[in-house]
Design a protein around this ligand. Structure first.
Ligand SMILES: [Zn+2]
Length: 160
């Protein structure tokens, strides 16, 4: 799934469209809401394609806050904490083979019997565990900086 973040009245090339897939967008939007709650509260639906967004003045205000956070080094600290929390997250049992490493033949899910029809699980490569979904959502300073460039030139935006 993609999130289309579209500039309402772009004045720059960067302000026309902000390209992020849902894995990048989720943590970025969450971060914006954390550092600038008074501005971001004017948009209710940050995490869905309902066409919500911010007006021009609030987009610029948000850009200013984010730029200040980047320059102070706090965004980088956030990135480090975020990434290390992801790394520390333990593996979870694989849902396809019920944590056994051997699955039922496709299209069935669940533990397979290795002596009969069970096959090596393709969801976890036979390990029985996988990385949790929360580790699929990346965050970095560079993406925040790109969003700042978008915010400055978008003339307000909509999340579609
Ligand atoms: Zn598996």
């Amino acid at each position: 799934m993609g999130m289309d973040v579209i500039g309402k009245k772009p004045s720059t090339e960067e302000g026309k469209y902000f390209r992020n897939n849902v894995w990048w967008w989720r943590p970025l939007a969450g971060y914006c809401c954390e550092v600038a709650p008074e501005i971001t509260s004017k948009c209710t639906y940050w995490q869905s394609n309902d066409g919500d967004g911010l007006g021009k003045r609030d987009a610029i205000k948000l850009a200013d806050v984010l730029q200040k956070e980047i320059e102070s080094g706090r965004t980088l600290s956030f990135q480090r904490r975020y990434t290390s929390a992801q790394e520390m997250t333990a593996n979870e049992p694989c849902p396809i083979c019920a944590g056994t490493g051997t699955r039922l033949p496709v299209p069935h899910r669940g533990a397979g019997d290795p002596k009969t029809t069970g096959i090596k699980c393709n969801g976890c490569d036979g390990n029985g565990t996988r990385r949790p979904y929360s580790t699929d959502y990346p965050f970095d300073v560079e993406n925040v900086q790109k969003f700042v460039a978008f915010l400055r030139g978008c003339g307000g935006f909509q999340i579609c």
